[in-house]
Design a protein around this ligand. Structure first.
Ligand code: AMP
Length: 504
């Protein structure tokens, strides 16, 4: 909404630069032995861009994509960047009804999906909306590749501007309908340049890519950073701790969500010897527990570099590559990204962000866009947080997860950290549930470590010296596993719904 800085470098210039310096350089390789050089990325994406044009896609058209992670899906994304189509990634786990909503809201020219996603009902809905459906399977087969075979004449790329839309990314909202965040080429290039600088990416890096491609973390943070630095990727179809451990010695960087790191820690064979090739372990998308940070350092000698971003803002803050990486903090705002805390009552307030990294607003939702921006252009993230004395940012959780009990603010993360530090606790989620006396009752949901003997009473007793009375859980429930989404975020809304009547 408020992007006065010019785009540093258009995303297509990344590829041009890599081609000029070393076309033979590896762009990616897979554990199964497939490898793609930068010059092949160039020719494959030229062909796909030509095929998209042949299918009637013009600059500015949305191309909705719900496919399994694959090398061809990477090509498709870069082809859209090349020809100026607006890439719209969708989680393959969405139901037909959800996909129908995204298609009718975004009105893409094309919907490219695996056969499993593009069922008869969806095809009918797409046809009624004038949306053409093509298939793309993980092995590259499907009607998209048939259109490629018919396409002979690659056309030149159009001119691009920083304020052209590059992507429409639906946020993984847990309440209400998710909204499409409009991201421009300048948003992508600015965010990516900052990451290349902040994390010291060079053409010698090999990123172990195990994240999904339907979310900004795996799609933009990971892929764009590789492209912009001419680095290469070891490309896994999905995260698997055992396979990842096997591949780690071939990589120099891992980007992951906290679950990657807790799963690695659960493997006894993960040791200092496993990480000799790794330059940096990066983590984001959900809070990394200080416990995990410390355990990881103790186990393998690496302090995980935690960073903070969101779909609407790309990257906001990062712990430094050189300098202190603080457990429990998301680090310092990146250069050119302004971060402020509004109404910091007691130090904690709403995190607001302004900069060329910030998106243009929500698709088809001018009221929501207007409500989420301050008049001076700051975007209201919906996250609560504070700066510590060294200027490091700490995220205290989503504002909608804040618990107000008896008139007092209770920040779930603070209570979760106190609970997670108790012996026998593996992890926890703290939520507020409707309570006749207190408005909301602080409620802890705990996953106990195997063999631990914990009870509701023992947990509350143990917390008594550590937390003020109003922050103590009124009830403690035990569960085998916390519900999480694909990015490892705990689905608190699901927990609130499941236990809505706990206090009567
Ligand atoms: P998404 O748009 O799906 O990337 O989700 C963005 C949200 O994830 C942010 O608004 C935060 O609530 C959360 N998030 C991302 N990174 C972190 C982090 N390092 N620590 C805590 N929360 C995070």
């Amino acid at each position: 909404m408020h992007n006065e800085t010019v785009c540093d470098q258009d995303p297509m210039q990344w590829l041009e630069r890599a081609l000029l310096s070393s076309p033979q350089r590896s762009f990616l390789h897979t554990p199964a032995g497939r490898s793609v050089r930068y010059e092949e990325l160039e020719s494959a994406t030229r062909r796909i861009a030509a095929a998209l044009r042949g299918l009637g896609v013009v600059k500015g058209d949305r191309v909705a994509v719900a496919v399994e992670k694959s090398v061809e899906a990477v090509f498709l994304y870069v082809a859209c960047l090349r020809m100026g189509a607006v890439y719209m990634p969708l989680n393959t786990a969405y139901t037909t009804a959800e996909l129908e909503y995204f298609l009718s809201d975004a009105q893409p020219r094309l919907f490219i999906a695996g056969a499993a996603q593009a069922d008869a009902g969806l095809r009918g809905a797409a046809a009624r909306g004038g949306i053409r459906v093509l298939t793309l399977e993980a092995d590259g087969s499907g009607s998209l590749s048939e259109s490629l075979a018919r396409c002979e004449n690659p056309a030149p790329d159009p001119d691009h501007r920083g304020d052209d839309l590059a992507a429409l990314v639906y946020t993984s909202g847990t309440t209400g309908r998710s909204k499409g965040a409009m991201l421009t080429r300048a948003n992508l290039s600015f965010g990516t340049q900052r990451l290349v600088e902040a994390w010291g990416f060079t053409a010698d890096d090999v990123l172990l890519h195990a994240l999904p491609l339907f979310h900004v973390h795996g799609l933009f943070m990971a892929l764009n950073t590789v492209l912009a630095s001419g680095a290469s990727m070891l490309f896994m179809a999905r995260f698997d701790a055992v396979e990842l451990l096997r591949l780690l010695p071939q990589a120099s960087v891992l980007m992951g969500v906290p679950t990657f790191y807790t799963r690695l820690l659960s493997r006894p064979e993960f040791t200092r010897e496993s990480v000799t090739s790794i330059r940096v372990f990066i983590c984001g998308s959900a809070p990394l527990l200080p416990e995990t940070h410390r355990e990881f350092s103790a186990r393998c000698g690496h302090a995980i570099l935690e960073r903070y971003g969101m779909t609407e803002t790309m990257i906001i803050a990062s712990n430094p590559l050189h300098g202190e990486r603080k457990p429990g903090s998301v680090g310092l705002p990146l250069p050119g990204v302004e971060v402020r805390i509004s109404d910091p009552g007691g130090g904690i307030g709403m995190i607001e962000v302004r900069g060329t990294n910030v998106f243009q607003g929500y698709w088809n939702a001018p009221e929501k866009t207007a409500a989420d921006f301050r008049p001076d252009g700051f975007f209201v993230t919906g996250d609560l947080g504070y700066f510590d004395a060294q200027g490091y940012l700490h995220v205290a959780g989503r504002a909608k997860d804040l618990i107000i009990s008896g008139g007092f603010n209770v920040y779930p993360l603070e209570v979760e950290e106190a609970i997670d530090a108790l012996p026998g606790v593996m992890e926890s989620a703290v939520i507020g549930l409707p309570h006749a006396d207190f408005g909301e009752g602080v409620t802890a949901i705990i996953v106990a470590a195997p063999g631990a003997s914990l009870s509701e009473r023992s947990v509350i007793e143990a917390l008594k010296g550590r937390l003020a009375k109003f922050k103590l859980p009124k009830r403690v429930l035990f569960i085998d596993e916390l519900p999480r989404n694909a990015m490892g975020k705990v689905r608190k809304q699901a927990l609130r719904s499941a236990h809505a009547r706990l206090y009567g």
